[in-house]
Design a protein around this ligand. Structure first.
Ligand SMILES: Cc1cc2nc3c(=O)[nH]c(=O)nc-3n(C[C@H](O)[C@H](O)[C@H](O)COP(=O)(O)OP(=O)(O)OC[C@H]3O[C@@H](n4cnc5c(N)ncnc54)[C@H](O)[C@@H]3O)c2cc1C
Length: 392
């Protein structure tokens, strides 16, 4: 494909903005449009469950760029208008407000939306956390709450529980796993996380999934807690549902693109001729792993955007990252490189778990697949290079 005269990016957040910036850095001088359904200028999501929820940061501090930097990008930002459908043959996006935006190349960067529980929409006092508005709404209620129930024992649920405890709220964390993040990190690290949450006063009600939310007998429409699949009821005056996320591909359903847990792409992150996907919404063929992969992490949003920008300009390179994410909970800062699995063989290669400063190597059939750093970011990076290769 020759250099496109007009590029349209659907989704004006981490991956969308990084695509636009990478195009300009690589010398692209054509027309550039970013379409986003949120009214906000692009902002960063990791601080939402940490600094913004805690009140340590004003919301503006999560903005990814200043107005001046965005202006210098010489891109048209169409905010507060959602992409409603895509005409692949004519490379045209139709928006909720009735715009028809044609381009020579289109980048799909619409991310994911939170999974919810049945009946959740009709109740007050129940939150999800994906957007800046979600974070501010949750914070406002947290400041007045006595007891928070976090439904979901994954990364987001555990981070919200930790931040809420820091605000002095009673917190119960519920989920089906034996310990927070057990499926992702395995018994050693998730066991340490459980200890950390216990010590800091988070009540863990794990090992049983949540069946549904409860409301009072008068049916006021306000949540009163949740019912576990065991029948047990956990009471709370505020509930956060953090049960993972669903790729925002509804608007692409009639497009003819292959959809399946994201926008399915080839190894170049290409979904169709002139149409690419980047960030949480993209499920692409990872040539080194030999399988389709979709990552929901901040580093991938930027790195995949760089790969898409390069391929848009003719690089024809496969995107083969070593996955990476981090999480901050209480005083623990974890770095996770590679693809960890709960059943991996785990060996501590530096530091000491008892001192809560260590690096662990994860292997399958003797071959390293991941590295986890616990309060040892630099050392974790060195071990990543040694055990997993790559340049970082
Ligand atoms: C609270 C929270 C904490 C996180 N913490 C960490 C962390 O500690 N470490 C880490 O590695 N990752 C973390 N992440 C994940 C990280 O933020 C995401 O991987 C990253 O934001 C993905 O960027 P994206 O641009 O692909 O998607 P998103 O950031 O989701 O952006 C997609 C954008 O597209 C918009 N959109 C959706 N549909 C449409 C449509 N039809 N038309 C137009 N626009 C649309 C969305 O509203 C959104 O603005 C966290 C995420 C959250 C929510």
């Amino acid at each position: 494909m020759s250099t496109p005269a007009r590029v349209l990016v659907a989704g004006a957040s981490a991956a969308g903005l990084a695509t636009a910036e990478a195009l300009r850095r690589k010398g692209y001088t054509g027309a550039l449009t970013l379409l986003g359904d949120e009214e906000h200028v692009p902002y960063d999501r990791p601080p939402l469950s940490k600094q913004v929820l805690a009140g340590a940061w004003q919301p503006e501090r999560s903005h990814l760029r200043t107005r001046e930097v965005l202006d210098a990008l010489d891109a048209e930002f169409l905010l507060g208008d959602a992409a409603a459908s895509l005409d692949v043959a004519n490379r045209t996006v139709h928006t909720e407000s009735g715009r028809a935006l044609a381009a020579d190349a289109i980048v799909l960067a619409t991310g994911v939306r939170p999974r919810t529980l049945p009946g959740q929409e009709g109740l007050t006092g129940v939150h999800v956390l994906r957007s800046l508005d979600d974070a501010l709404a949750l914070r406002a209620e947290l400041l007045a709450a006595r007891r928070l129930l976090v439904v979901g024992d994954g990364v987001l649920g555990a981070e919200i529980a930790a931040t809420a405890r820091g605000l002095g709220v009673e917190v119960v964390l519920a989920g089906p796993q034996a310990a927070p993040l057990a499926a992702q990190l395995g018994p050693l690290a998730s066991g340490l996380l459980a200890e950390l949450h216990n010590e800091n006063g988070v009540k863990l009600r794990l090992g049983a999934g949540v069946d549904g939310l409860t409301t009072d007998a008068a049916n006021s429409g306000r949540v009163t807690g949740a019912r576990l699949c065991t029948g047990e009821v956990l009471e709370a005056d505020l509930v956060v549902v953090a049960l993972g996320a669903i790729p925002c591909t509804d608007w692409l359903e009639d497009s003819g693109l292959v959809l399946g847990n994201g926008v399915v792409c080839d190894s170049r992150c290409r979904a169709a001729d002139g149409i690419y996907a980047a960030g949480d919404v993209a499920r692409w063929h990872h040539e080194h792993l030999g399988s389709l992969l979709r990552l929901e992490n901040r580093t991938n949003a930027t790195e995949q955007a760089l790969a898409v920008a390069a391929n848009l300009l003719g690089a024809d390179q496969p995107y083969t990252p070593i996955p990476y994410f981090w999480t901050d909970q209480f005083d623990a800062k974890l770095q996770i490189h590679g693809v960890l699995t709960a059943d991996a063989e785990v060996s501590v290669v530096e530091g000491d778990p008892a001192a809560r400063r260590f690096v662990a190597r994860y292997a399958r059939h003797g071959k390293a697949v991941g590295v986890l750093g616990w309060n040892m970011p630099k050392q974790a990076r060195l071990h990543r290079r040694q055990h997993l290769g790559g340049s970082r």
